[in-house]
Design a protein around this ligand. Structure first.
Ligand SMILES: Cc1cc2nc3c(=O)[nH]c(=O)nc-3n(C[C@H](O)[C@H](O)[C@H](O)COP(=O)(O)OP(=O)(O)OC[C@H]3O[C@@H](n4cnc5c(N)ncnc54)[C@H](O)[C@@H]3O)c2cc1C
Length: 557
C-alpha cells in the first residue's frame, strides 16, 4: 500500500474535527498547526500539494521593503516578524540574502532617500538581519560588474530571506509535519460537494487519479483554496466581508546572469517604476516579477510578458550578449490572491499594484467555516496560528501552542547528523565543483529522514550516485521520496519536490537515461504509465532504455 493509499483509506467514511481544502501554503500550514495541537485533521488538494499559486512565488521570505512605498508599516512589521521567526526555525532552509539595488537616474528615488528607507525597514524589522548600506556607483561597478552602471546614481544593499530549495518543497515540509502529527492527507483529491448536516459537514470527495468518489465528515471546514476561495464560499452560501482579486506575476529562469554575487538578489526599478529582481536559483538566475491585473486565476506566460522582462534586464545589465528568448530555460506564471472588501466600491478602479498584500482570516460561525484570503509564504506561521485560534473558538479543543509544529529538528540532532556524515566521509563521496556539500544538502532537504539515507549509503555505495546527471539527486533520496513524499505523478517530483523542471531544460530531461530509473523507484509497476502521462503519451527514446540498476537490498516502493 502506498502512503497515499493508506491516507485515502483513513479518510473514507471517517469523521474529523477539521477538513482543510487546499494544499497550498495556507492549507498546509493550517493542517500542520491544527494536527500539531491535537485536532483530528484531513487535508486534501485536487492537484498536487503547492501545484497552484504556491509553486509560482519568487521564493523570497521578506518583510516587503516595497510596501513601505504605500506606508503599510503594520503589514511590514508583521511580515518582518514572521520572517525573523522563520529564520530562527529554518536556519538551513531559509538563508539571509542581500538585496543589491542599483538606482537609475530615471528611477523614482535618489540613493540617500532609498538608504533612509532601508534603515527604516531594518528598524521596523527589529534588526533581524544585517544592517543596510549605501552604495556608490563605483562600488557597484567593482562589486558586481554585470550591472550596467552608465546611468546608475548609486544604490543600497538591504537584507531579507530566501528559500534555498523552492516554495513547493517548503509547503511540502508542512504537509509532512501534518502527516507526522497524525493528519490524514492526500493530493489529487477534489472536494465535489459539501453540505452542513446538523453539527457537522458531510463532504463528497473524488480521487482525481482513479475517479473513485467517497464521503468524509468534519465538524469544521477551512477553505484554503487560495484564488478559488470565493467560488467555494458562494456554493455553500458562506457570506464574507472580503473577497479576492487577482494580480498575475511571471518569472523567467535563465542561465546565471551575475558574475560576482550569485548569492545576492539584484533589484532594479522597471520602466513602470516597479521593483523587479534577479534572484539566484541554484546555478540559474530567476528574473521576475510582473504585476498585471487579470480576471482569471488561470494564466500563462505570454510573448508580451517575456519581451517586457527581457527588455528591462538587457537595459540594466552589462551582459556579454543580450538575453533572448532562446536563453529561457523555463518560466512560471501565477496569480497573487489579493484581498479587497466586499462592501462599498468594487475596488476595480484602484491602482492594482498599490493593493495591500495582507491576508485576512474570516469565520462564518453558523456554518463553521474558516476562510483564508490572501497570504504570503512569509506570513505562513501567522496564518497557521490565526486559523487555529478561530477553530478553537468554534469549539474544537486544541492543546497549548508549543510552537513545535514547524521548524527544523533541534541543533543537537543536526550536530549528530553532521558527525555521522563526517565519520563516513560523505562529502568526499560526491565532490563536484560548484555544488554544495552533500551533508548540507541532505540535512536541509530531509532533516531527521536524512539519517536513514546515511544508513542506505553505508549499506550500498550506489545509493550515493547521482541519478539524473546534473539534477543533483542521489539514488538514496529517490528511495526516501518514494516512501514519504506522496509523489503521485512524475511531475510532482520533477517540478515540486525537486526543482529539476525549473533549472534543467526540457530536452535534457527528455534525454536523461536516469529518468526511467527515477520512475521505477517512485512508481514500481506503474512506472510506464506515469512516464507516458508525463510526456503526454510519447515516451522519449532515452527514457525507454531499460538500464540495468546497480541496486541491491531495497524494494521498489
Ligand atoms: C508571482 C508571485 C510571486 C510571489 N512571490 C512571493 C514571495 O517571494 N514570497 C512570499 O512570501 N509570497 C509570494 N507570493 C505569494 C504567495 O505565493 C501566495 O500568496 C501563496 O502561495 C498563496 O497560497 P494559498 O495556499 O492561499 O493558495 P494556493 O497555493 O493556490 O493553494 C490553493 C490550493 O487549493 C486547491 N483547490 C482549489 N479548489 C479545490 C477543491 N475544490 N478541492 C481541493 N482542492 C482545491 C488548489 O489546487 C490549490 O493547490 C507570490 C505570488 C505570486 C503569484
Amino acid at each position: 500500500m502506498t502512503l497515499r493509499g493508506t491516507h485515502l483509506g483513513r479518510m473514507r467514511d471517517r469523521s474529523f474535527d477539521t477538513l482543510v481544502i487546499g494544499g497550498g501554503i495556507n492549507g498546509a500550514v493550517t493542517a500542520a498547526s491544527l494536527a500539531g495541537r491535537g485536532a483530528s485533521v484531513a487535508l486534501i488538494d485536487r492537484g498536487d500539494f503547492a501545484s497552484f499559486t504556491s509553486e509560482t512565488s519568487s521564493n523570497l521570505v521578506w518583510g516587503g521593503f516595497k510596501y513601505l512605498e504605500g506606508y503599510e508599516l503594520y503589514l511590514v512589521w508583521k511580515l518582518c516578524r514572521s520572517r525573523n521567526r522563520l529564520f530562527k526555525a529554518y536556519p538551513d532552509n531559509i538563508k539571509e540574502i542581500g538585496f543589491y539595488a542599483a538606482l537609475d537616474r530615471k528611477g523614482p528615488y535618489p540613493p540617500w532617500f532609498a538608504a533612509l528607507g532601508a534603515l527604516a525597514y531594518w528598524i521596523i524589522g527589529l534588526f533581524g538581519t544585517r544592517h543596510p548600506r549605501l552604495l556608490s556607483q563605483n562600488k557597484i561597478e567593482t562589486e558586481e560588474p554585470a550591472i550596467d552602471t552608465d546611468t546608475v546614481r548609486g544604490g543600497i544593499e538591504y537584507y531579507d530571506g530566501i528559500l534555498v530549495d523552492n516554495d513547493a518543497r517548503f509547503v511540502f515540509s508542512f504537509v509532512r509535519s501534518a502527516i507526522e502529527a497524525g493528519a490524514a492527507v492526500a493530493n489529487y483529491v477534489e472536494l465535489v460537494s459539501a453540505e452542513r448536516d446538523g453539527d457537522h459537514w458531510k463532504a463528497r470527495l473524488r480521487d482525481v487519479d482513479t475517479g473513485e468518489e467517497f464521503t468524509t465528515a468534519a465538524r469544521t471546514i477551512v477553505n484554503a483554496t487560495g484564488p478559488f476561495v470565493d467560488a467555494l464560499n458562494s456554493e455553500w452560501g458562506v457570506k464574507t466581508e472580503h473577497r479576492i482579486v487577482y494580480s498575475k506575476g511571471i518569472h523567467l529562469i535563465v542561465p546565471r546572469l551575475t558574475t560576482r554575487h550569485h548569492h545576492k538578489v539584484l533589484a532594479f526599478f522597471d520602466d513602470t517604476e516597479r521593483l523587479f529582481y534577479v534572484i539566484p536559483m541554484g546555478r540559474r538566475s530567476v528574473i521576475g516579477t510582473t504585476d498585471t491585473r487579470v480576471n482569471t486565476p488561470f494564466t500563462e506566460v505570454t510573448d508580451d510578458d517575456i519581451e517586457f522582462l527581457l527588455e528591462q534586464i538587457n537595459a540594466r545589465m552589462d551582459l556579454e550578449t543580450p538575453l533572448t528568448k532562446a536563453d529561457i530555460i523555463s518560466s512560471r506564471s501565477g496569480v497573487r490572491p489579493l484581498v479587497v472588501s466586499t462592501e462599498g466600491s468594487d475596488q476595480t478602479d484602484v491602482d492594482w499594484t498599490k493593493l495591500s498584500r495582507k491576508h485576512v482570516v474570516e469565520v462564518d460561525r453558523d456554518q463553521h467555516v474558516v476562510s483564508i484570503f490572501g497570504g504570503k509564504l512569509t506570513d505562513c506561521l501567522n496564518v497557521g496560528e490565526e486559523v487555529a485560534d478561530e477553530i478553537e473558538r468554534l469549539g474544537i479543543p486544541l492543546e497549548k501552542d508549543l510552537h513545535n509544529w514547524y521548524g527544523e529538528p533541534a541543533p543537537a540532532t543536526r550536530k549528530e547528523f553532521y558527525r555521522q556524515a563526517r565519520l563516513m566521509r560523505l562529502d568526499a563521496l560526491r565532490e563536484k565543483p560548484e555544488t554544495e556539500p552533500l551533508t548540507d544538502r541532505l540535512w536541509r532537504r530531509y532533516g531527521r529522514r536524512a539519517f536513514d539515507m546515511l544508513e542506505d549509503i553505508r549499506r550500498n555505495p550506489a545509493m550515493a550516485e547521482d541519478i539524473m546527471g546534473s539534477a543533483d539527486y542521489l539514488r538514496a533520496e529517490l528511495y526516501s521520496a518514494a516512501e514519504s513524499e506522496m509523489i503521485t505523478k512524475l511531475e510532482d517530483f520533477v517540478r515540486r519536490r525537486s526543482k529539476i523542471e525549473l533549472v534543467v531544460r526540457d530536452e535534457a530531461i527528455e534525454s536523461s537515461p536516469g529518468l526511467r530509473e527515477v520512475a521505477q523507484i517512485l512508481f514500481g509497476d506503474d512506472a510506464e504509465r506515469r512516464l507516458a502521462e508525463y510526456f503526454g503519451g510519447k515516451i522519449p527514446e532515452a527514457s525507454r532504455s531499460r538500464g540495468e540498476s546497480s541496486l541491491h537490498g531495497r524494494t521498489v516502493g
